[in-house]
Write a protein of this length. Sequence first.
Length: 453
Amino acid sequence: MEVRTGLYHDSVSLMRISQALTSRPGVAVAVVAMATGLNLGLAREAGFDVPDAGPSDLLVAIRAESEIALKDAAEELDRQFAALGRAAAAGGEGAEAPPRTTRAAARRWEATLALVSVPGEHAFAEALDAVEAGLSVMVFSDNMPVEQEVLLKERAAERGVLVMGPDCGTAVVAGAGLGFANVLRPGPVGVVAASGTGAQQVTCLLDHAGVGVSHVLGVGGRDLSAEVGGRSTLAALGALDADPATELIVLISKPPAPEVAEAVRRAVGGLATPVVTALLGPGEDDLTAAAEKALRALGRPVPSWPCWVVPQRASSAELHGLYSGGTLCAEARLVAGEGTFTDFGGDEYTRGRAHPMIDPTVRLEALARASGVVLLDVVLGHAADPDPAARLAPAIHEARERGTAVVAALVGTGSDPQGLRRQADALVAAGASVFISNAAAARHAASLIGSAP
């Protein structure tokens, strides 16, 4: 256990370092995080004797089974920090000192967009600073109070900028991926999404069909709630409608508040650009159907979506959805029509923890306990686990050994760094049936319940 002063890194980088250390042989627990009150509390709960520290300090806590494993983890930690240091110094020797505020950074680099990734209790101040500087902002941070989200989006409307988030996990702006972003080809489709993994599912299906995107504008999972009122959704729709590179807009959301959905539909009716909607809910299109509808609107053929089906029988008529993506989880629940579904990417599971797309530990624990049929998502792309199948395959094999059927929705493109086909082959070899359509995976999982004795 140690505290390092004068060293700051964003939460996503630190979560990935924690995950890399935890996955090393002989390491039981690794916490590498800024020393906020929440993270100090988590370290204490893990049994560490935590010294005095503040949010500007870096907390490093590692527990290993041996001195050799601890030494190896410490050396890996130094390598990880050295890599981050090299990236930060990419400006070269003699470069100017980094700006200390968002406004100063905006002035220096003539920026138009800021990305905020700090603990949720600090995100509002940083995002508001960006808005006041005249920047659109992507708020990757979650756990921002809804009252602050409304104030932030009201001020953004006054300043004529866009707020993506909070809890905006995915965006693509003019070809640049932000957050959990797949490698997508450029093309005519603009996406507005109150959902990160929902946007990833639709855009990956479009990519498989040979169709690319102009922009993917995430707006945060609560934007279409009654409290927030679709403020960023309406602004994003207007921005894409004015974009000459966007020929078709796809609007994606988890089940919205009915009055907000109606307001958005009225706004869509006034746009010059055609819009395909995927507002998940009873009687609405699923994400795959929305992607197919978008292809038809563009005059493109709808392909057969790849799948790799393994013969399986379920030991019991139970269906457990173990998801890292909230919208994928909501869609699967709607499509399957029965079962128990858990979104491990929800705020209650990610507070002080890495997102399950980075660190699958909590979900693996649930998979080890599950019986019957297990349905899960595996999401590829930048910032996600560099090889998710490597962690999942042994757990899937063990589940199959005890009679549990496993079905995976694999969301990604052939250009993603993890390799879509390589991941599919590894999951199938472990005994899972794999679909690139989450809706198809959910239907298959539900059908397996009938195979139970």
